[in-house]
Design a binder for this molecule. Structure first.
Ligand code: PGA
Length: 256
């Protein structure tokens, strides 16, 4: 299993100068953990290039929050994986806000996944159920559908460049994180599904996302099926984000 991954999704926050100030602060706080944990910042597209340069040589990586699948063309407002290739390390796709607010479908995500992999980006695919689906006991069915559709037709080698973020939608931005046991059990199901898709499924990290904080990170990170976190709100606060990364580093260095 690769080292844990903690990604900070800034969503649509910060002006460019603010984002660069936060990056400087993060560099200071994250420095001690950059070896033990793969730390990725996902700033808005407008500041991606600047943040990537500010992070150069630090071991902290940068990723995009979304991209289209074509290399170029008449797609107003979009960025392409070929524009990210060579300097941007990660690409997040399928965040529930993209699915719900911008109507992204599982089939589109399959195309985006293939396009990102083609350009050698490390991919994070987000999946998760709504509150209604959760309450109706449909979590497994929904997550299975999302995964099967998005992973359809991938090469076996994709496993080495893929992470799955399990983010129950009812936990995102609500302050109501899933319990560690619940998250761990759904992620165990995801692990089994991946084993059916890839010979090398152990390479795929499964992250938890949804109201991760410095307070709940230690109990989430110690779950056997959780290999990192996708952090929204708490990633906007450098000290708190660093404590989440520290929790991941601690599990990594504590013998089982
Ligand atoms: P949150 O967001 O940590 O603010 O709940 C997580 C996410 O949307 O990735």
């Amino acid at each position: 299993m690769p080292k844990p991954l903690v990604a900070g999704n800034w969503k649509m926050h910060f002006t460019v100068p603010e984002g660069l100030r936060v990056t400087e602060e993060l560099l200071h706080h994250l420095h001690p953990y950059a070896q033990a944990v793969e730390v990725v910042l996902l700033p808005p597209a407008i500041m991606l290039w600047e943040v990537a340069h500010a992070l150069q040589g630090s071991g902290i990586l940068v990723g995009a929050q979304n991209a289209w699948w074509a290399d170029q063309g008449p797609f107003t407002g979009e960025i392409s994986p070929s524009m990210l290739a060579g300097w941007c390390h990660y690409l997040l796709i399928g965040h529930s806000e993209r699915r719900q607010l911008f109507g992204e479908t599982d089939e589109e995500l399959n195309r985006k996944l293939k396009a990102g992999l083609k350009h050698h980006l490390e991919m994070i695919l987000a999946v998760g159920e709504t509150l209604e689906e959760h309450d109706a006991g449909r979590t497994e069915e929904v997550v299975t559908r999302q995964l099967r559709a998005a992973l359809f037709g991938l090469e076996p080698a994709a496993a080495g460049h893929l992470s799955i973020a399990y983010e129950p939608i009812w936990a995102i931005g609500t302050g109501r994180a899933a319990t560690p046991d619940y998250a761990n059990s759904v992620m165990g199901m995801i692990r089994e599904l991946l084993a059916g898709e890839f010979a090398d499924a152990g390479q795929v990290r499964i992250l938890y996302g949804g109201s991760v904080t410095a307070a709940n990170a230690p109990s989430l990170m110690e779950q056997p099926n959780i290999h990192g976190a996708l952090v929204g709100g708490a990633s906007l606060k450098p000290e708190e984000f660093a404590r989440i990364v520290q929790a991941a580093a601690k599990v990594q260095t504590t013998p089982a």
